[in-house]
Ligand binder design. Sequence first.
Ligand SMILES: Nc1ncnc2c1ncn2[C@@H]1O[C@H](COP(=O)(O)OP(=O)(O)O)[C@@H](O)[C@H]1O
Ligand SMILES: Cc1ncc(C[n+]2csc(CCOP(=O)(O)OP(=O)(O)O)c2C)c(N)n1
Ligand SMILES: [Mg+2]
Length: 341
Amino acid sequence: MAEFDLIERIRSRAPSRADIVLGVGDDAAVVRVPPDRELVICTDTLNAGVHFPLDTAPFDIGWKALAVNLSDLAAMGAQPAWCTLSLSMPGDDPAWLDSFLDGFLALAGQHGIALIGGDTTRGPLSIGVTAHGLVEPGRALQRGGAQMGDDIWVSGTLGDAAAALWLMGNAGVGATADGRRNPKPALAAPPTQRAHSGHGETLRERLDRPQPRLAVGLALVGIAHAAIDLSDGLWSDLGHVCRASGLGALVEVDALPASASLSQGFAADDRRTLQASGGDDYELCFTAPPSARAQVEALELESGTALTRIGRMVAGTQVAGVDAEDAPWVPERTGWVHFSD
Ligand SMILES: Nc1ncnc2c1ncn2[C@@H]1O[C@H](COP(=O)(O)OP(=O)(O)O)[C@@H](O)[C@H]1O
Ligand SMILES: Cc1ncc(C[n+]2csc(CCOP(=O)(O)OP(=O)(O)O)c2C)c(N)n1
Ligand SMILES: [Mg+2]
């Protein structure tokens, strides 16, 4: 099947929206941006063997390629609208493409985002998605808005995806807590000998099918002072909020939310490390004033997504951790950094 047949296969399944003037098929797409909205644009690439294990099902690759971009829109408080898909793949396997599109379009349908264009080439498996969203003027959530004394919150649970990778013997690499390059795996020791069996599948689903927290992100507009999505690892990503806001963060490491699979399958030390710096969470981390606690708790009920208070913004420049006894806690690494080895 040649390039244009593959593109036709994609075009015939691309969902529509009333605001698309010209979709897949011309030199570029044309969309109608509402006059009373700002356009929010983000792009993220997934490379085989770097962003997902080589044995990942095509459905899940399609899902995740869109999910990581929707997660960025969620972190901006944007309503998803349109996206493009750059697909580089080694062969012309229509069955693979159909399953990939099943995953991509299943998630697209859930969030009303339309596929309006892209590019299809031969090459190593790599997927680049650009997503466009809409916000009310001046209302996009940013990394730099955190204020002294703000509570720090995270959605969902942390560490599951990194745990899945670890169980596969595929630990991530990252920078050390002081920012130096470090080629060591995220967790140097072998997995704790605990009852991992039975949890592997749940954890793997968290790696393969992240749920972008769009409802939470949209509702946080007007409540949160700052927001970011967690892709590299909490310590690393919250560090971006600190730098952009000119503040430090104090995180209670034992308050970090964990799934039952993570708590039951891992010793506390390993669990903390996975939650603090494992990466691939695609949860939201946001700050809000203590006066907004009731609003955040109401949002938790309304959205059905757990929202957990994990610390507060303090004077300083970086992320500091304390354990349940108030003793300092420092992760081995801050998170995932490309080119760090
Ligand atoms: N190759 C590039 N060219 C231009 N801007 C880039 C490039 N790579 C990253 N950026 C920008 O740098 C910032 C940080 O990128 P990144 O860490 O990838 O953010 P995220 O985790 O939200 O995807 C973003 O604003 C992104 O758009
Ligand atoms: C095979 C495999 N190895 C390692 C990882 C872990 N991993 C790869 S990239 C990454 C961080 C997120 O990717 P990045 O390109 O930095 O996304 P962004 O921060 O730009 O959203 C993590 C945790 C993985 N998901 N799959
Ligand atoms: Mg990026």
